[in-house]
Design a protein around this ligand. Structure first.
Ligand code: TMP
Ligand code: ASP
Length: 236
């Protein structure tokens, strides 16, 4: 399958059409952004690492019964996916307090959340991805009640699968962001799962192994992504 036209250029990925209108090609770039795109840097190898990382995780989820858009890895930086009609809302699951939750509620970073929380954010950089609730989603027509319930159900099933997988590799899955879309009316997992969109801490030392290294200027960003990839068995 070949790229035909550039449809959309996001902050870290470019989306291309293909000969088949049901499929798209995602190209993972080295661009790394933070603070709603206010800070962008090129990090060598990031595109390839995240593409392979995402393919590995999506395949694991698919094998565990989660509907995903993933089809096949095309190259170091490209993957073939089903074309989804994306729901413009980000779903965030948190097992521990970090990031915006700590800022918003003034709780201590690392606080264990029982049960894990589920939050919705509108995908809109100029508004800084504001937090929204299920009523906003329904009233503004972003998602129906039935779709929201399915998104929540899938988000928590994914938590069970991935908490175990990262846990076996000595890592804590602190939180993560998912995006869903519709394919023939069915809610399907889209976008990506990589260290750009989740928080992972080393169990023993609580060392940050995700994009917080970039956001907080800690250095060794891609080295940490590669370390996580090796631990869970992603072929790089
Ligand atoms: P937050 O603590 O900043 O709300 O982020 C929660 C999780 O969602 C964290 O793992 C990072 C991820 N995330 C994204 O992937 N993209 C975004 O635009 C935001 C705000 C968060
Ligand atoms: N992905 C978002 C951005 O670029 C937010 C983040 O990951 O911090 O700006």
């Amino acid at each position: 399958m070949k790229k035909i036209a550039e449809l959309y250029r996001g902050k870290a990925k470019t989306v291309y059409s293909t000969e088949d209108s049901n499929f798209l090609i995602l190209e993972f770039r080295n661009d790394t952004s933070a603070f709603d795109g206010q800070r962008i840097e090129q990090l060598e190898r990031k595109g390839a690492v995240n593409n392979k990382f995402n393919y590995f995780i999506m395949t694991k989820l698919k094998d565990a019964g989660i509907p995903t858009q993933i089809e096949r890895l095309l190259s170091d930086n490209e993957v073939l996916v089903k074309k989804l009609d994306m729901i413009p809302v980000e779903c965030v699951v948190r097992n521990r307090a970090a990031g915006s939750l700590v800022r918003r509620l003034g709780v201590e970073e690392g606080l264990i959340l029982i049960p894990p929380t589920f939050e919705l954010f509108l995908k809109n950089d100029s508004l800084h991805d504001p937090m929204v609730n299920e009523y906003h989603c329904e009233s503004f027509g972003w998602a129906t009640n039935k779709q929201l319930n399915r998104m929540k159900e899938l988000s928590f099933s994914i938590n069970t699968i991935l908490t175990k997988m990262f846990g076996n590799a000595g890592l804590i899955l602190v939180d993560y962001k998912l995006e869903f879309g519709l394919f023939n009316g069915e809610v399907v997992l889209g976008d990506e799962f990589s260290p750009d969109g989740c928080r992972l801490w080393e169990k023993q030392t609580l060392k940050k192994m995700d994009k917080d290294r970039f956001r907080q200027g800690l250095g060794g960003v891609i080295e940490a992504y590669e370390d996580v990839a090796h631990r869970i068995g992603v072929p790089l």
